[in-house]
Design a protein. Structure first.
Length: 166
């Protein structure tokens, strides 16, 4: 982990590392505040139509040029389903609903930045397909003609869709 807490966010004192609740954590020697780092949470959406899957080509690193299901990070004040709707709208121009929870993934060592990925299946309710935000392109793909995919959560979701599980 690259998480650092040099100074107490409560009183400004330099933090020290002490074991608390089973692991080493930043602890303030003056006021006793313990820093608990929050995980980064992303949402991912499986969108299908006429036996095709919607994928977005990444415009930025990590994995620039590879394809993923529409996905992105949740804001701290967002509901996961609202974050999924927002990410799909930003990356594809489409509106979605009927979000069904598919799976929750933990961290993979594959270059992705999320600690948790919440995967949904969504149904298109409106909008016009166009790449936006950090998507260079968006396109529909048949099961037998998939591009190179980035990140384990996308690969797992797409594989399960190809295998007829989703």
């Amino acid at each position: 982990m690259d998480e650092v807490a040099n100074f107490c966010p409560i009183c400004g004192t330099a933090m020290e590392q002490h074991e608390r609740y089973g692991r080493m954590r930043p602890v303030c020697p003056k006021c006793g505040h313990i820093v608990f780092f929050a995980p980064s949470v992303a949402v991912l959406v499986l969108i299908t139509k006429d036996d095709q899957i919607l994928l977005a080509k990444r415009a930025l690193d990590p994995a620039k040029g590879l394809w993923v299901c529409p996905a992105g990070f949740m804001d701290s004040d967002e509901n996961p389903r609202d974050a999924a709707r927002r990410e799909v709208r930003e990356e594809t121009g489409l509106e979605i609903d009927a979000l069904e929870l598919l799976e929750v993934f933990g961290r993979f060592d594959d270059g992705g930045k999320a600690d948790l990925v919440i995967a949904f299946r969504g149904q298109i309710t409106g909008g016009q397909l166009k790449a936006g935000d950090d998507a260079a392109e968006v396109a529909w793909f048949a099961r037998h003609a998939l591009p190179e995919l980035a990140f384990a959560p996308t690969r797992i979701v797409v594989r399960k869709w190809v295998d007829g599980e989703w």
